[in-house]
Design a protein around this ligand. Structure first.
Ligand code: MSP
Length: 514
Protein backbone atom coordinates (compact mmCIF):
# COMPACT_ATOMS: atom_id res chain seq x y z
CA UNK A 1 0.00 0.00 0.00
CA UNK A 2 1.39 3.37 -1.00
CA UNK A 3 -1.73 5.28 -0.13
CA UNK A 4 -2.66 8.15 -2.39
CA UNK A 5 -4.13 11.21 -0.72
CA UNK A 6 -7.66 9.74 -0.82
CA UNK A 7 -8.20 6.14 0.04
CA UNK A 8 -11.47 4.15 0.07
CA UNK A 9 -11.28 0.97 2.10
CA UNK A 10 -14.01 -1.58 2.84
CA UNK A 11 -14.62 -4.62 5.02
CA UNK A 12 -17.15 -7.26 4.02
CA UNK A 13 -20.57 -6.55 5.47
CA UNK A 14 -21.42 -9.10 8.14
CA UNK A 15 -24.51 -11.30 8.10
CA UNK A 16 -27.08 -9.91 10.50
CA UNK A 17 -27.97 -13.43 11.60
CA UNK A 18 -25.39 -13.94 14.34
CA UNK A 19 -23.15 -12.14 16.80
CA UNK A 20 -19.66 -10.87 15.98
CA UNK A 21 -16.89 -13.38 16.65
CA UNK A 22 -13.16 -13.22 16.48
CA UNK A 23 -13.10 -13.76 12.68
CA UNK A 24 -15.31 -10.71 12.08
CA UNK A 25 -13.29 -8.76 14.62
CA UNK A 26 -10.05 -9.66 12.85
CA UNK A 27 -11.26 -8.45 9.43
CA UNK A 28 -12.52 -5.22 10.93
CA UNK A 29 -9.49 -4.53 13.11
CA UNK A 30 -7.15 -5.24 10.20
CA UNK A 31 -9.08 -2.69 8.14
CA UNK A 32 -8.96 -0.27 11.04
CA UNK A 33 -5.20 -0.59 11.43
CA UNK A 34 -4.75 0.00 7.69
CA UNK A 35 -7.07 3.03 7.89
CA UNK A 36 -5.34 4.51 10.94
CA UNK A 37 -1.93 3.92 9.44
CA UNK A 38 -2.97 5.66 6.21
CA UNK A 39 -4.30 8.62 8.21
CA UNK A 40 -1.04 8.70 10.18
CA UNK A 41 0.83 9.37 6.96
CA UNK A 42 -1.52 12.08 5.81
CA UNK A 43 -4.11 10.25 3.69
CA UNK A 44 -7.81 11.14 3.70
CA UNK A 45 -9.52 7.82 4.31
CA UNK A 46 -13.08 6.66 3.72
CA UNK A 47 -13.52 3.45 5.72
CA UNK A 48 -16.73 1.49 5.24
CA UNK A 49 -18.21 -1.43 7.16
CA UNK A 50 -21.75 -2.63 7.83
CA UNK A 51 -24.25 -5.48 7.87
CA UNK A 52 -25.67 -7.80 5.21
CA UNK A 53 -29.36 -8.01 5.98
CA UNK A 54 -31.28 -9.77 3.21
CA UNK A 55 -31.70 -13.32 1.94
CA UNK A 56 -32.77 -16.74 3.22
CA UNK A 57 -30.19 -16.86 6.01
CA UNK A 58 -31.77 -13.86 7.70
CA UNK A 59 -35.31 -14.89 6.71
CA UNK A 60 -34.82 -18.36 8.26
CA UNK A 61 -33.17 -17.09 11.45
CA UNK A 62 -35.97 -14.56 12.03
CA UNK A 63 -38.53 -17.28 11.51
CA UNK A 64 -36.72 -19.55 13.94
CA UNK A 65 -36.83 -16.80 16.56
CA UNK A 66 -40.42 -15.92 15.74
CA UNK A 67 -39.65 -12.29 14.95
CA UNK A 68 -39.77 -10.11 11.84
CA UNK A 69 -36.59 -10.12 9.70
CA UNK A 70 -36.13 -6.38 10.19
CA UNK A 71 -36.36 -6.76 13.96
CA UNK A 72 -33.58 -9.32 13.80
CA UNK A 73 -31.50 -7.01 11.59
CA UNK A 74 -32.00 -4.03 13.90
CA UNK A 75 -30.86 -6.14 16.82
CA UNK A 76 -27.80 -7.56 15.08
CA UNK A 77 -26.76 -4.32 13.36
CA UNK A 78 -26.91 -2.72 16.82
CA UNK A 79 -24.73 -5.51 18.16
CA UNK A 80 -22.09 -5.15 15.43
CA UNK A 81 -22.10 -1.41 15.75
CA UNK A 82 -21.63 -1.58 19.54
CA UNK A 83 -18.87 -4.17 19.11
CA UNK A 84 -16.99 -1.89 16.73
CA UNK A 85 -17.31 1.02 19.15
CA UNK A 86 -15.90 -1.14 21.91
CA UNK A 87 -13.06 -2.36 19.70
CA UNK A 88 -12.19 1.23 18.75
CA UNK A 89 -13.00 0.87 15.05
CA UNK A 90 -12.72 4.22 13.30
CA UNK A 91 -15.06 3.57 10.35
CA UNK A 92 -16.56 6.53 8.54
CA UNK A 93 -19.78 4.81 7.57
CA UNK A 94 -21.77 1.81 8.80
CA UNK A 95 -24.04 0.67 5.99
CA UNK A 96 -27.08 -1.57 6.33
CA UNK A 97 -28.45 -3.19 3.20
CA UNK A 98 -32.01 -2.54 4.38
CA UNK A 99 -31.43 1.23 4.06
CA UNK A 100 -33.61 2.94 1.46
CA UNK A 101 -30.62 4.47 -0.27
CA UNK A 102 -29.03 1.08 -0.76
CA UNK A 103 -32.25 -0.54 -1.97
CA UNK A 104 -32.58 2.24 -4.55
CA UNK A 105 -28.99 1.77 -5.76
CA UNK A 106 -29.46 -2.01 -6.12
CA UNK A 107 -32.70 -1.42 -8.03
CA UNK A 108 -30.95 1.04 -10.37
CA UNK A 109 -28.02 -1.35 -10.77
CA UNK A 110 -30.28 -4.25 -11.77
CA UNK A 111 -32.31 -2.03 -14.10
CA UNK A 112 -29.11 -0.92 -15.77
CA UNK A 113 -27.99 -4.54 -16.29
CA UNK A 114 -31.41 -5.31 -17.72
CA UNK A 115 -31.40 -2.29 -20.03
CA UNK A 116 -27.99 -3.26 -21.32
CA UNK A 117 -29.20 -6.76 -22.23
CA UNK A 118 -27.09 -8.43 -19.56
CA UNK A 119 -29.86 -10.50 -18.01
CA UNK A 120 -31.99 -13.41 -19.22
CA UNK A 121 -34.55 -15.71 -17.60
CA UNK A 122 -34.08 -19.49 -17.42
CA UNK A 123 -34.97 -22.59 -15.47
CA UNK A 124 -32.51 -23.56 -12.78
CA UNK A 125 -31.86 -26.85 -11.10
CA UNK A 126 -29.18 -27.10 -8.47
CA UNK A 127 -28.28 -27.35 -4.83
CA UNK A 128 -28.31 -24.41 -2.45
CA UNK A 129 -26.36 -23.92 0.77
CA UNK A 130 -28.26 -21.38 2.87
CA UNK A 131 -25.38 -21.00 5.32
CA UNK A 132 -23.03 -19.79 2.60
CA UNK A 133 -25.79 -18.35 0.43
CA UNK A 134 -24.58 -20.04 -2.74
CA UNK A 135 -25.53 -22.62 -5.32
CA UNK A 136 -23.56 -25.76 -6.00
CA UNK A 137 -23.84 -28.21 -8.87
CA UNK A 138 -24.33 -31.90 -8.28
CA UNK A 139 -20.68 -32.70 -9.00
CA UNK A 140 -19.48 -30.16 -6.38
CA UNK A 141 -21.34 -31.79 -3.50
CA UNK A 142 -19.76 -33.62 -0.58
CA UNK A 143 -20.98 -37.01 0.74
CA UNK A 144 -24.75 -37.29 1.43
CA UNK A 145 -25.51 -34.09 -0.44
CA UNK A 146 -23.54 -31.72 1.74
CA UNK A 147 -21.96 -28.36 1.00
CA UNK A 148 -18.33 -28.91 -0.09
CA UNK A 149 -17.23 -25.82 1.89
CA UNK A 150 -19.06 -25.95 5.20
CA UNK A 151 -20.30 -29.56 5.28
CA UNK A 152 -23.90 -28.60 6.04
CA UNK A 153 -26.85 -30.13 4.20
CA UNK A 154 -27.88 -28.40 0.96
CA UNK A 155 -31.36 -27.95 -0.49
CA UNK A 156 -32.34 -29.11 -3.94
CA UNK A 157 -33.82 -26.19 -5.83
CA UNK A 158 -35.74 -26.21 -9.10
CA UNK A 159 -36.99 -22.80 -10.09
CA UNK A 160 -36.96 -20.03 -12.65
CA UNK A 161 -34.22 -17.48 -12.09
CA UNK A 162 -32.82 -14.48 -13.84
CA UNK A 163 -29.21 -14.87 -14.91
CA UNK A 164 -26.45 -12.35 -15.44
CA UNK A 165 -24.31 -13.14 -18.48
CA UNK A 166 -21.17 -13.48 -16.39
CA UNK A 167 -19.60 -15.94 -18.86
CA UNK A 168 -19.23 -13.13 -21.41
CA UNK A 169 -16.70 -11.40 -19.17
CA UNK A 170 -14.40 -14.34 -18.52
CA UNK A 171 -11.73 -13.24 -20.98
CA UNK A 172 -11.86 -9.60 -19.89
CA UNK A 173 -11.47 -10.63 -16.26
CA UNK A 174 -8.52 -12.94 -16.92
CA UNK A 175 -6.87 -10.16 -18.90
CA UNK A 176 -7.47 -7.69 -16.08
CA UNK A 177 -5.88 -10.02 -13.52
CA UNK A 178 -2.90 -10.74 -15.73
CA UNK A 179 -2.30 -7.10 -16.55
CA UNK A 180 -2.59 -6.00 -12.92
CA UNK A 181 -0.46 -8.48 -10.98
CA UNK A 182 -1.24 -6.83 -7.63
CA UNK A 183 -4.96 -6.64 -8.17
CA UNK A 184 -5.54 -9.68 -5.95
CA UNK A 185 -3.14 -10.12 -3.03
CA UNK A 186 -1.62 -12.30 -1.76
CA UNK A 187 -0.29 -14.11 -4.83
CA UNK A 188 -1.67 -17.44 -3.62
CA UNK A 189 -5.23 -16.11 -3.81
CA UNK A 190 -4.63 -14.58 -7.21
CA UNK A 191 -3.50 -17.97 -8.47
CA UNK A 192 -6.54 -19.59 -6.94
CA UNK A 193 -8.82 -17.20 -8.83
CA UNK A 194 -6.90 -17.69 -12.07
CA UNK A 195 -7.16 -21.45 -11.54
CA UNK A 196 -10.92 -21.14 -11.08
CA UNK A 197 -11.08 -19.12 -14.31
CA UNK A 198 -9.43 -21.92 -16.27
CA UNK A 199 -12.78 -23.71 -16.24
CA UNK A 200 -15.52 -22.18 -18.37
CA UNK A 201 -17.23 -19.49 -16.27
CA UNK A 202 -20.97 -20.01 -15.99
CA UNK A 203 -23.65 -17.32 -15.84
CA UNK A 204 -24.71 -16.07 -12.43
CA UNK A 205 -28.19 -16.60 -11.05
CA UNK A 206 -29.10 -13.20 -9.64
CA UNK A 207 -32.67 -13.70 -8.46
CA UNK A 208 -34.87 -15.85 -6.26
CA UNK A 209 -38.62 -16.37 -6.59
CA UNK A 210 -40.45 -14.48 -3.85
CA UNK A 211 -42.36 -17.64 -3.03
CA UNK A 212 -39.08 -18.99 -1.61
CA UNK A 213 -37.17 -15.86 -0.61
CA UNK A 214 -39.42 -12.90 0.15
CA UNK A 215 -36.82 -11.09 2.31
CA UNK A 216 -34.87 -9.24 -0.36
CA UNK A 217 -34.91 -6.40 -2.85
CA UNK A 218 -37.60 -6.80 -5.52
CA UNK A 219 -36.34 -6.93 -9.11
CA UNK A 220 -37.37 -3.77 -10.96
CA UNK A 221 -38.39 -5.81 -14.01
CA UNK A 222 -40.25 -8.66 -12.28
CA UNK A 223 -41.99 -8.13 -8.97
CA UNK A 224 -42.28 -11.84 -8.27
CA UNK A 225 -38.54 -12.13 -7.72
CA UNK A 226 -36.01 -10.79 -5.23
CA UNK A 227 -32.33 -10.09 -5.89
CA UNK A 228 -29.76 -12.75 -5.00
CA UNK A 229 -28.30 -11.63 -1.67
CA UNK A 230 -24.68 -11.56 -2.87
CA UNK A 231 -25.55 -9.14 -5.69
CA UNK A 232 -27.42 -6.98 -3.19
CA UNK A 233 -24.57 -7.18 -0.67
CA UNK A 234 -21.68 -6.48 -3.05
CA UNK A 235 -23.43 -3.35 -4.27
CA UNK A 236 -23.12 -1.87 -0.77
CA UNK A 237 -19.64 -0.74 -1.74
CA UNK A 238 -21.09 1.27 -4.58
CA UNK A 239 -23.95 2.72 -2.52
CA UNK A 240 -21.61 4.06 0.13
CA UNK A 241 -19.23 5.51 -2.47
CA UNK A 242 -21.91 8.04 -3.42
CA UNK A 243 -21.37 7.33 -7.14
CA UNK A 244 -25.00 6.51 -7.92
CA UNK A 245 -27.93 8.83 -7.29
CA UNK A 246 -30.89 6.56 -7.89
CA UNK A 247 -33.37 9.41 -7.40
CA UNK A 248 -32.33 10.79 -10.80
CA UNK A 249 -33.86 9.63 -14.09
CA UNK A 250 -32.14 6.77 -15.91
CA UNK A 251 -29.15 8.15 -17.79
CA UNK A 252 -28.42 10.72 -15.12
CA UNK A 253 -27.74 8.44 -12.19
CA UNK A 254 -23.97 8.49 -12.41
CA UNK A 255 -23.23 5.19 -14.17
CA UNK A 256 -21.41 7.08 -16.92
CA UNK A 257 -19.29 9.25 -14.66
CA UNK A 258 -18.13 8.44 -11.16
CA UNK A 259 -15.90 11.46 -10.66
CA UNK A 260 -16.68 13.30 -7.48
CA UNK A 261 -17.52 10.05 -5.69
CA UNK A 262 -15.33 7.55 -3.84
CA UNK A 263 -15.76 4.99 -6.62
CA UNK A 264 -13.75 3.00 -7.63
CA UNK A 265 -12.86 1.58 -4.27
CA UNK A 266 -9.13 1.41 -3.49
CA UNK A 267 -9.17 -1.74 -1.41
CA UNK A 268 -11.71 -4.44 -0.65
CA UNK A 269 -10.50 -6.34 2.37
CA UNK A 270 -12.06 -9.83 2.56
CA UNK A 271 -11.54 -13.24 4.09
CA UNK A 272 -10.19 -15.89 1.73
CA UNK A 273 -13.54 -17.70 1.83
CA UNK A 274 -15.28 -14.93 -0.10
CA UNK A 275 -12.63 -14.19 -2.71
CA UNK A 276 -14.66 -15.61 -5.63
CA UNK A 277 -17.57 -13.30 -4.92
CA UNK A 278 -15.26 -10.29 -4.76
CA UNK A 279 -12.81 -11.14 -7.51
CA UNK A 280 -15.20 -12.79 -10.00
CA UNK A 281 -18.87 -11.93 -9.39
CA UNK A 282 -18.35 -8.31 -8.38
CA UNK A 283 -15.95 -7.12 -11.10
CA UNK A 284 -17.92 -8.86 -13.86
CA UNK A 285 -21.16 -7.30 -12.59
CA UNK A 286 -19.43 -3.91 -12.65
CA UNK A 287 -18.24 -4.57 -16.20
CA UNK A 288 -21.86 -5.46 -17.00
CA UNK A 289 -23.11 -2.03 -15.92
CA UNK A 290 -20.06 -0.28 -17.38
CA UNK A 291 -18.45 0.89 -14.13
CA UNK A 292 -14.76 0.69 -13.22
CA UNK A 293 -13.71 -2.28 -11.11
CA UNK A 294 -12.17 -1.87 -7.64
CA UNK A 295 -8.45 -1.15 -7.60
CA UNK A 296 -7.35 -3.95 -5.32
CA UNK A 297 -8.58 -6.91 -3.29
CA UNK A 298 -6.72 -8.21 -0.23
CA UNK A 299 -7.73 -11.63 1.11
CA UNK A 300 -6.74 -12.58 4.63
CA UNK A 301 -6.51 -15.98 6.27
CA UNK A 302 -8.67 -17.91 8.64
CA UNK A 303 -8.63 -18.07 12.45
CA UNK A 304 -8.98 -21.47 14.01
CA UNK A 305 -9.02 -22.21 17.73
CA UNK A 306 -6.45 -24.56 19.21
CA UNK A 307 -5.98 -25.80 15.63
CA UNK A 308 -9.69 -26.68 15.30
CA UNK A 309 -12.29 -24.90 13.18
CA UNK A 310 -14.44 -22.53 15.25
CA UNK A 311 -18.04 -23.61 15.41
CA UNK A 312 -21.09 -23.14 17.57
CA UNK A 313 -21.62 -26.89 17.82
CA UNK A 314 -18.10 -27.49 19.15
CA UNK A 315 -18.63 -24.51 21.45
CA UNK A 316 -15.20 -23.01 20.79
CA UNK A 317 -16.30 -19.69 19.29
CA UNK A 318 -14.11 -16.90 20.68
CA UNK A 319 -15.93 -13.76 21.72
CA UNK A 320 -13.68 -10.75 21.09
CA UNK A 321 -15.74 -8.61 23.47
CA UNK A 322 -15.22 -10.95 26.41
CA UNK A 323 -11.48 -10.94 25.68
CA UNK A 324 -11.54 -7.18 25.55
CA UNK A 325 -13.33 -7.03 28.93
CA UNK A 326 -10.61 -9.13 30.44
CA UNK A 327 -7.45 -7.78 28.80
CA UNK A 328 -8.46 -4.49 27.22
CA UNK A 329 -9.30 -3.63 23.62
CA UNK A 330 -5.77 -2.71 22.61
CA UNK A 331 -4.46 -6.06 23.79
CA UNK A 332 -7.04 -7.90 21.63
CA UNK A 333 -6.16 -5.74 18.64
CA UNK A 334 -2.44 -6.29 19.17
CA UNK A 335 -2.80 -10.05 19.57
CA UNK A 336 -4.93 -10.51 16.45
CA UNK A 337 -2.75 -8.37 14.24
CA UNK A 338 0.65 -9.36 15.56
CA UNK A 339 -0.12 -13.06 15.65
CA UNK A 340 -1.58 -13.58 12.18
CA UNK A 341 0.75 -12.94 9.23
CA UNK A 342 -1.47 -11.05 6.79
CA UNK A 343 -2.88 -13.55 4.31
CA UNK A 344 -1.98 -16.70 6.26
CA UNK A 345 -4.04 -18.70 8.77
CA UNK A 346 -3.46 -18.59 12.53
CA UNK A 347 -4.59 -20.50 15.57
CA UNK A 348 -5.98 -18.82 18.68
CA UNK A 349 -5.04 -20.24 22.05
CA UNK A 350 -4.96 -18.59 25.44
CA UNK A 351 -1.25 -19.43 25.70
CA UNK A 352 -0.48 -17.55 22.46
CA UNK A 353 -2.64 -14.69 23.66
CA UNK A 354 -0.71 -14.47 26.93
CA UNK A 355 2.64 -14.60 25.14
CA UNK A 356 1.66 -11.67 22.95
CA UNK A 357 0.15 -9.84 25.90
CA UNK A 358 3.46 -10.34 27.69
CA UNK A 359 5.22 -8.28 24.99
CA UNK A 360 2.89 -5.37 25.65
CA UNK A 361 3.33 -5.58 29.41
CA UNK A 362 7.00 -6.51 29.71
CA UNK A 363 8.52 -4.69 26.76
CA UNK A 364 6.44 -1.66 25.74
CA UNK A 365 4.59 -1.05 29.02
CA UNK A 366 7.69 -1.63 31.09
CA UNK A 367 9.74 0.79 28.99
CA UNK A 368 7.11 3.52 29.33
CA UNK A 369 6.83 3.04 33.10
CA UNK A 370 10.54 3.08 33.80
CA UNK A 371 11.31 6.05 31.55
CA UNK A 372 8.52 8.15 33.02
CA UNK A 373 9.54 7.10 36.54
CA UNK A 374 13.18 8.09 35.94
CA UNK A 375 12.25 11.49 34.49
CA UNK A 376 10.15 11.93 37.64
CA UNK A 377 12.85 10.81 40.00
CA UNK A 378 15.91 12.48 38.45
CA UNK A 379 14.45 15.58 36.76
CA UNK A 380 11.29 16.40 38.72
CA UNK A 381 9.11 15.12 35.88
CA UNK A 382 10.39 17.59 33.28
CA UNK A 383 12.03 16.26 30.11
CA UNK A 384 15.58 17.69 30.00
CA UNK A 385 16.67 20.00 27.21
CA UNK A 386 19.23 17.79 25.48
CA UNK A 387 19.51 16.64 21.83
CA UNK A 388 18.24 13.14 22.73
CA UNK A 389 19.69 11.59 19.61
CA UNK A 390 20.92 8.37 21.23
CA UNK A 391 18.41 6.18 19.40
CA UNK A 392 17.91 8.28 16.26
CA UNK A 393 19.25 5.71 13.84
CA UNK A 394 17.03 3.00 15.26
CA UNK A 395 13.97 5.27 15.22
CA UNK A 396 14.55 6.23 11.60
CA UNK A 397 15.11 2.63 10.53
CA UNK A 398 11.96 1.48 12.34
CA UNK A 399 9.77 4.06 10.63
CA UNK A 400 11.19 2.96 7.29
CA UNK A 401 10.64 -0.72 8.02
CA UNK A 402 7.10 -0.07 9.23
CA UNK A 403 6.19 2.00 6.19
CA UNK A 404 7.67 -0.53 3.83
CA UNK A 405 5.90 -3.43 5.56
CA UNK A 406 2.57 -1.59 5.52
CA UNK A 407 3.03 -0.82 1.82
CA UNK A 408 3.02 -4.61 1.35
CA UNK A 409 0.18 -5.03 3.88
CA UNK A 410 2.56 -6.98 6.13
CA UNK A 411 1.00 -5.52 9.24
CA UNK A 412 2.58 -8.14 11.51
CA UNK A 413 6.04 -7.13 10.26
CA UNK A 414 5.41 -3.46 10.93
CA UNK A 415 4.23 -4.30 14.44
CA UNK A 416 7.18 -6.60 15.06
CA UNK A 417 9.54 -3.78 14.06
CA UNK A 418 7.81 -1.41 16.47
CA UNK A 419 8.12 -3.90 19.33
CA UNK A 420 11.79 -4.45 18.44
CA UNK A 421 12.37 -0.72 18.83
CA UNK A 422 10.92 -0.90 22.35
CA UNK A 423 13.25 -3.85 23.06
CA UNK A 424 16.21 -1.88 21.76
CA UNK A 425 15.25 1.04 24.00
CA UNK A 426 15.10 -1.25 27.03
CA UNK A 427 18.60 -2.42 26.08
CA UNK A 428 19.70 1.22 25.86
CA UNK A 429 18.52 1.77 29.42
CA UNK A 430 20.63 -1.19 30.57
CA UNK A 431 23.69 0.06 28.64
CA UNK A 432 23.48 3.66 29.82
CA UNK A 433 22.60 2.83 33.42
CA UNK A 434 20.88 6.13 34.19
CA UNK A 435 20.83 5.16 37.89
CA UNK A 436 24.64 5.22 37.87
CA UNK A 437 24.70 8.47 35.87
CA UNK A 438 22.40 9.98 38.49
CA UNK A 439 24.85 9.15 41.26
CA UNK A 440 27.75 10.77 39.41
CA UNK A 441 27.61 14.55 39.73
CA UNK A 442 29.86 14.91 36.66
CA UNK A 443 27.42 12.95 34.46
CA UNK A 444 24.44 15.34 34.55
CA UNK A 445 24.65 16.09 30.81
CA UNK A 446 24.88 12.39 30.01
CA UNK A 447 21.85 11.64 32.14
CA UNK A 448 19.96 14.44 30.36
CA UNK A 449 20.89 12.88 27.03
CA UNK A 450 19.82 9.41 28.16
CA UNK A 451 16.44 10.62 29.38
CA UNK A 452 15.82 12.88 26.38
CA UNK A 453 16.65 10.01 24.01
CA UNK A 454 14.30 7.66 25.84
CA UNK A 455 11.48 10.21 25.76
CA UNK A 456 11.97 10.64 22.03
CA UNK A 457 11.80 6.91 21.50
CA UNK A 458 8.57 6.81 23.50
CA UNK A 459 7.11 9.50 21.23
CA UNK A 460 8.10 7.41 18.20
CA UNK A 461 6.57 4.28 19.75
CA UNK A 462 3.42 6.21 20.47
CA UNK A 463 3.05 7.00 16.75
CA UNK A 464 4.08 3.53 15.62
CA UNK A 465 1.68 1.71 17.96
CA UNK A 466 -1.23 4.13 17.54
CA UNK A 467 -2.83 2.23 14.62
CA UNK A 468 -3.00 -0.98 16.66
CA UNK A 469 -3.35 0.40 20.20
CA UNK A 470 -5.13 3.74 19.76
CA UNK A 471 -6.47 4.07 23.27
CA UNK A 472 -3.31 3.20 25.18
CA UNK A 473 -1.20 5.33 22.89
CA UNK A 474 -3.51 8.29 23.45
CA UNK A 475 -2.95 7.72 27.16
CA UNK A 476 0.81 7.48 26.71
CA UNK A 477 0.81 10.67 24.62
CA UNK A 478 -0.96 12.52 27.43
CA UNK A 479 1.50 11.19 30.00
CA UNK A 480 4.37 12.43 27.83
CA UNK A 481 2.84 15.90 27.76
CA UNK A 482 1.44 15.86 24.20
CA UNK A 483 -2.02 17.12 23.27
CA UNK A 484 -2.48 14.22 20.85
CA UNK A 485 -0.59 11.20 19.53
CA UNK A 486 2.12 12.55 17.21
CA UNK A 487 1.93 11.62 13.53
CA UNK A 488 4.79 9.67 11.98
CA UNK A 489 6.34 12.87 10.63
CA UNK A 490 5.95 14.72 13.91
CA UNK A 491 7.34 11.84 15.94
CA UNK A 492 10.52 11.63 13.88
CA UNK A 493 11.45 15.26 14.47
CA UNK A 494 9.91 15.91 17.86
CA UNK A 495 11.70 17.23 20.92
CA UNK A 496 10.02 16.84 24.28
CA UNK A 497 12.30 19.30 26.08
CA UNK A 498 10.42 21.05 28.87
CA UNK A 499 7.36 18.78 28.68
CA UNK A 500 6.08 17.49 32.00
CA UNK A 501 5.55 13.76 32.16
CA UNK A 502 2.99 12.09 34.39
CA UNK A 503 3.24 8.84 36.25
CA UNK A 504 0.23 6.55 36.24
CA UNK A 505 -0.90 2.98 36.52
CA UNK A 506 0.82 0.57 34.11
CA UNK A 507 -0.44 0.85 30.52
CA UNK A 508 -0.62 -2.95 30.31
CA UNK A 509 -0.84 -4.42 33.80
CA UNK A 510 0.90 -7.73 34.27
CA UNK A 511 -1.55 -10.61 34.20
CA UNK A 512 -1.48 -13.73 36.24
CA UNK A 513 -1.16 -16.40 33.54
CA UNK A 514 -2.87 -18.94 35.76
N1 MSP B 1 -22.13 -11.27 4.31
C1 MSP B 1 -21.01 -11.86 3.70
C2 MSP B 1 -20.08 -10.81 3.11
C3 MSP B 1 -20.72 -9.90 2.11
S1 MSP B 1 -19.59 -8.69 1.55
C4 MSP B 1 -20.35 -7.96 0.27
C5 MSP B 1 -20.21 -12.69 4.71
N2 MSP B 1 -20.41 -12.40 5.99
S2 MSP B 1 -19.76 -13.18 7.22
O1 MSP B 1 -20.33 -12.53 8.37
O2 MSP B 1 -19.98 -14.58 7.10
O3 MSP B 1 -18.22 -13.01 7.17
C6 MSP B 1 -17.60 -11.82 6.96
C7 MSP B 1 -16.10 -11.89 7.10
O4 MSP B 1 -15.70 -12.52 8.32
C8 MSP B 1 -15.39 -12.63 5.98
O5 MSP B 1 -14.33 -11.83 5.50
C9 MSP B 1 -14.85 -13.85 6.63
O6 MSP B 1 -13.67 -14.26 6.03
C10 MSP B 1 -14.60 -13.35 8.03
N3 MSP B 1 -14.52 -14.47 8.93
C11 MSP B 1 -15.55 -15.26 9.39
N4 MSP B 1 -14.99 -16.25 10.14
C12 MSP B 1 -13.64 -16.15 10.15
C13 MSP B 1 -12.59 -16.80 10.80
N5 MSP B 1 -12.77 -17.86 11.56
N6 MSP B 1 -11.33 -16.29 10.64
C14 MSP B 1 -11.09 -15.15 9.93
N7 MSP B 1 -12.07 -14.52 9.31
C15 MSP B 1 -13.32 -15.09 9.27
O7 MSP B 1 -19.45 -13.54 4.31
Amino acid sequence: MTPPRRWYLTTPIYYASGDPHIGHAYTTILADVLARFARQIGTTVFFLTGTDEHGPKIQDEAERRGIQPLELCDLMAGGFSAAWTKLDISHDRFIRTTEDEHKAVVTAFLQRLWDRGQIYKAAYTGWYCVYEERFWTEKDLGPDNTCPDCGRGVDRVEETNYFFKMSEYQEALIEHIEQNPDWIVPEERKNEVLGFLQQPLGDLSISRPKSRVHWGITLPFDEDHTAYVWVDALANYLTASGAIDATQPIGEQGFEDVSGSWWPCDLHLVGKDIITMHAVYWPTLLMGVGLPVPKQILAHGWWVVDDTKMSKSIGNVIDPLALSDEFGTDAVRWFLLREMPTGADASYSIERFMTRYGELANVLGNLASRVIAMVGKYRDGVVPDAPGTGLDEQIKATFETARDAMARYKVHEALAAAMDLARTANGYVEDREPWSQAKDSGAAAELDETLASLCRVLAALCALFEPVAPSKMAELATRLGFDAVPTFDEARAVTLAGQTVLKGTPLFPRMDTA
